[in-house]
Design a protein around this ligand. Structure first.
Ligand SMILES: C[S@@+](CC[C@H](N)C(=O)[O-])C[C@H]1O[C@@H](n2cnc3c(N)ncnc32)[C@H](O)[C@@H]1O
Length: 206
């Protein structure tokens, strides 16, 4: 009985996913994930990305954000602990960014000192328990912010996924201390009922 209920639940989720207009649009436009439409929306709104910029995309698989950045003419270093299919114009690095070794590999892969943009769409494997998931997600956002603080050049841009709840305001204040503008972004493709938002920090001061 329980197995049947689980199967029905997952079929219903699948049907909902298939009907999602962002899933349909992402497919029609050849994006690897509907997440690409989130970055596109933030970029169009704020005109962030310019050809020739160097971007590090943390939590990149399956590659929608990297694909979007590469199509816009940026040099992309894509990092994920999962394997990711190669993409034209994108250097892919498979490692766990939360380990010292992973971080060292990313730093070594950065041939140019100057990074213009750090993106992080990293998300932990969710357990469904907010008391576990929220600190895990915030931990990844903090790691990405530490990295952005080390590698971004002056006026650099940082876009990071966060979940609203405990720790959110303190994290936002942390970014406001080292960037001139911090805004909360909720692109249309981010599910309305979810706590997921993105913090966009611009004007890095060094
Ligand atoms: C929401 S998905 C990213 C989707 C991606 N932005 C896109 O456009 O296709 C989150 C990703 O974060 C990655 N991730 C989570 N923790 C990570 C870690 N510690 N190191 C590297 N990648 C991580 C996951 O493997 C997953 O692929």
């Amino acid at each position: 009985m329980a197995a049947k209920r689980r199967r029905c639940g997952s079929l219903a989720r699948r049907a909902k996913h298939e009907k999602d207009p962002y899933v349909q649009r992402a497919r029609a436009e050849g994006w690897r994930s509907r997440a690409a439409l989130k970055l596109e929306a933030v970029d169009r709104r704020h005109r962030l990305l310019r050809s020739g910029m160097t971007v590090v995309d943390l939590g990149a698989a399956p590659g929608g954000w990297s694909q979007y950045a590469a199509r816009r003419g940026l040099r992309v270093l894509a990092v994920d602990r999962l394997e990711m299919e190669p993409l034209d114009g994108v250097r892919v690095l498979q490692c766990d960014f939360s380990t010292d070794e992973g971080l060292r590999w990313v730093e070594e892969a950065l041939e140019v000192g100057a990074v213009d943009v750090v993106l992080s769409d990293m998300a932990p494997n969710l357990t469904g328990h907010p008391s576990v998931d929220m600190p895990a997600a915030m931990g990844l956002a903090e790691l990405a912010a530490d990295f952005a603080g080390q590698v971004l050049q002056e006026n650099g841009i940082f876009l990071v996924k966060v979940f609203q709840g405990e720790g959110f305001d303190a994290f936002r204040r942390r970014l406001a201390a080292s960037f001139s503008r911090v805004t909360v972004e909720k692109p249309g493709a981010s599910r309305p009922g979810s706590r997921e938002v993105y913090l966009l920090a611009r004007g890095r001061s060094v």
